[in-house]
Design a protein. Structure first.
Length: 421
């Protein structure tokens, strides 16, 4: 009966999961940790959304059933999707507002041609005892490769592991091609097509639910922050209502507005409305940046986009204290390790004009300082030419290479290169 429902790979994975769970239960520390995890899962806030997800997906399953896209034999695959895809995506919902490509990447992952290959690999498995051996072998090889991959002294081991992966891959492809040839007629059935389309269909209808969940999580987080800044409960309720009404799905705007409370400290309804009005005016200003005279500096809303690296594009130009405004980028990492070597870009000035551009290189015990300087020099040259409209002076490039301090004036611009330790 079990073999009729689950394939050999699923049975093998299930057996190893049971073995792992038994081993965990044999250890008191692991038992306590597992108990804590289970306790954190069974809180009403989380359970209510899991229940809502189950009801939501069930409604679409019924719709799919009515139009012929779902049949009872797909129940197992549906449950697997809910447990290992939908639920995992729910736990990532708090990051959706920070990743503008989240849903696009989610669609790409579930609508790519590779999904057919994944289906075939899952459809035509090996004997159960082979699958049972593959699981620990794959985990062992992956662990060894993670350790040996970045160390030259393990090059021979890494080469051997790659060879094992290639042989294993060739065996899987041979088995797959042979199985497809033998069962080619079965692959052309409507049942197989429904099974292949199940995950893409469920993903498409699940995206609106995830979006609503992400909205709710961001608003809840920001409202908690507001509660620390507003002790008056009636005023807090007013601020929450205004946030929902004025910002709607503009989550970035909501976060920026809440963050400005540290500077503005509105304590009346009129002041709260004034901060929202000022922020909305700021957003309009960002859409149509004003012209800035050369003597005044640069338009901050344009200057923050000058460098080509996505990591060096500051998200927003916001007030930091009194009349001072700034936009600070993330960090462009220069090494794959944990050295912390990287470049950051800042635009500093007033609300309407930036009068300072700053490019900062952080090098903490770098392995190749000369290479880092070359990368930094290219970014400096690019920024200098755009900001001043002139070619980058050779003395500035030489000072970077030689790691020397330098100050000079170029027309109306003052350029400073400063090394600090």
């Amino acid at each position: 009966m079990l073999v009729e429902v689950f394939n050999t790979r699923e049975i093998a994975l299930g057996m190893w999961l049971i073995i792992g769970l038994v081993l965990m239960l044999c250890s008191k520390n692991l038992r306590d940790g597992l108990g804590g995890v289970l306790k954190s899962l069974f809180v009403w806030n989380l359970m209510s959304w899991l229940l809502a997800m189950a009801v939501y997906i069930s409604a679409f399953i019924y719709l799919f059933y009515r139009i012929g896209l779902w049949t009872p034999d797909l129940l197992k695959d549906t449950v697997f999707y809910v447990l290992f895809s939908a639920t995992v995506s729910m736990f990532k919902a708090n990051k959706i507002s920070e990743d503008k490509h989240f849903f696009l990447e989610m669609l790409k992952d579930n609508l790519k041609l590779g999904i057919l290959m994944e289906f075939l690999i899952g459809q035509y498995t090996f004997e159960w005892w082979i699958e049972l051996l593959i699981v620990p072998l794959a985990v062992l090889l992956a662990g060894m490769q993670a350790i040996a991959g970045n160390d030259t002294k393990y090059a021979a081991v890494n080469k051997l592991i790659n060879s094992i992966w290639m042989i294993t891959g060739a065996a899987v492809i041979y088995h797959l091609v042979n199985s497809v040839i033998q069962h080619f007629g079965d692959l052309l059935s409507k049942a197989v097509l429904r099974q292949i389309l199940l995950v893409p269909n469920l993903t498409l209808v699940f995206i609106p639910f995830l979006y609503i969940l992400s909205l709710r999580m961001v608003y809840e987080e920001q409202f908690i922050l507001l509660s620390f800044k507003l002790r008056d409960k009636k005023l807090l309720l007013f601020a929450k209502r205004q946030a929902l009404w004025k910002f709607n799905t503009d989550l970035h705007g909501l976060k920026r507005w809440v963050n400005r409370w540290n500077l503005l400290h509105p304590q009346t309804r009129e002041e709260i409305l004034a901060t929202i009005h000022a922020f909305k005016a700021q957003q309009q200003l960002e859409k149509v940046p004003p012209v800035v005279l050369q003597q005044q500096g640069w338009s901050p809303y344009i200057a923050k986009e000058w460098l080509p690296d996505e990591k060096l594009k500051p998200a927003f130009y916001d007030p930091v204290y009194e009349e001072k405004w700034s936009a600070r980028s993330g960090e462009l990492k220069l090494d794959k390790d944990w050295s912390g070597n990287g470049i950051k870009y800042s635009v500093i000035g007033t609300q309407l004009a930036a009068d300072q551009l700053e490019l900062r290189l952080a090098a903490y015990e770098p392995k190749n300082l000369q290479e880092l300087c070359t990368i930094f020099k290219d970014r400096v040259a690019s920024l200098y030419q755009i900001a001043t409209g002139t070619e980058t002076p050779l003395k500035l490039m030489n000072a970077i290479v030689n790691k020397k301090n330098l100050r000079f004036r170029q027309g109306i611009y003052f350029i400073t290169l400063e090394k600090s330790t």
